[in-house]
Design a protein around this ligand. Structure first.
Ligand code: SF4
Ligand code: SF4
Length: 119
């Protein structure tokens, strides 16, 4: 299992199980024409959290908007987003949990506790 797969496994366990688009077992019920921003932009999200260098949630949110939402078709030129307003973007809704997942994984890596998990 590589690091990205590990992040996704953690997200399925901790986010998808409680997501409004999930089935409580970690499976996604979005239709094939819909895309989860969390899934599509996972590498960018990991990079934003890893390079945020702040514990301020507002600051992390600002960086998410600037580096991830800007890539998303739902974000309008005035930086508004219908899904954000309606609370139906899983990335926006569960971002605090996602930050913790990424930070925890990075901490474990730094402590070399997960070496064996990725060999
Ligand atoms: S929308 Fe995203 S976070 Fe929600 S269940 Fe589907 S894949 Fe998981
Ligand atoms: S909040 Fe809106 S613009 Fe940002 S990722 Fe979600 S759907 Fe896309």
């Amino acid at each position: 299992m590589n690091l990205q797969q590990y992040y996704w496994q953690q997200i399925r366990e901790k986010v998808c199980t409680q997501c409004m688009h999930g089935d409580a077992k970690g499976n996604c019920s979005l239709s094939t024409t819909e895309e989860c921003a969390l899934k599509v932009y996972l590498p960018e999200i990991i990079s934003v959290v890893a390079n945020a260098h702040t514990d301020s949630y507002e600051r992390q949110l600002y960086k998410l908007r600037r580096h991830v939402c800007i890539l998303c078709d739902w974000q309008m030129p005035d930086m508004t987003c219908q899904k954000r307003t309606e609370g139906t973007c899983a990335l926006e809704r569960y971002y605090p949990i996602i930050i913790e997942i990424i930070k925890d994984a990075r901490k474990k890596l730094q402590n070399a506790e997960v070496d064996s998990a990725f060999t």
